[in-house]
Ligand binder design. Sequence first.
Ligand SMILES: Cc1cc2nc3c(=O)[nH]c(=O)nc-3n(C[C@H](O)[C@H](O)[C@H](O)COP(=O)(O)O)c2cc1C
Length: 263
Amino acid sequence: MKKITAILLSALLVLSLAACGSSNQNTVEDTPAETEVATPATKSDDSSTDESTVEPTDDETENAETSGTAEAGSGNILIAYFSVMETDGVDTVAGASRVAVNGEVLGNNEYIAKIIQREAGGDLFAIETVQDYPTTHDPLLEFAYDEKADNARPELAAQIENPDSYDVIFLGYPNWNADLPMPLYTFLEEYDFSGKTIIPFTTHGGSGFSRTIQTISELQPDATVISDGLSISRNSVPGAESEVAAWVNGLNLTDPRAGNEPL
Ligand SMILES: Cc1cc2nc3c(=O)[nH]c(=O)nc-3n(C[C@H](O)[C@H](O)[C@H](O)COP(=O)(O)O)c2cc1C
């Protein structure tokens, strides 16, 4: 009898271990990369989630994120972007936060903004701050982490000349610490885009938009915020021109100034 009980107990143990293993596997597969970086606990966690532990979003996810046609309407277009070009690392390789194009070196979101302008027309506006950001990676990570911890509102260095003249605002930014960079908070609190359409785009190290589109909607409750904005992994930025162009053209925006000149 003891022997039979022991055999039954062993069988139960094996079965429960097998079930546990398979549920762990599902959790890992089902957990989006962005969940992993949602709440950086420490500075070192933060930099490692950014660079090391965040798996780059695969192409399928990218396409899912960027598919769908946003009927943004027509009208005057502003392309506002924040981008910090880093000066360390190697140009145009995976992980770099800059792109070399036609002899010019641009930040990732700056590059995407320029493609959007070429395709859609409109005015470019660089969101810049009075303070300078470090341009090397680790000091920049630390600076941005502190700024987020302080819930800072860095002062902007320039204002949009005539914000009321725009109906559509493309808004581009890097994912920083699974959030908007703090200057985007200043920007979105400084302007009232009620009645306008905001079309977000981002480049990132694996987290996609994180929660940033909801945050934009919260900060601009009376604007229409397009939820299927363009999200591009920084690893894909150098080869993203045709994807960006196709996305912009799929939005059915009409601006007579749109052209197809090279950047
Ligand atoms: C301070 C800082 C924090 C970052 N945090 C994240 C992050 O949480 N998740 C992520 O996917 N990428 C993160 N990144 C990577 C950037 O989103 C990515 O390099 C982006 O392409 C930079 O765009 P830019 O060249 O226009 O500034 C971070 C980069 C920096 C500098």
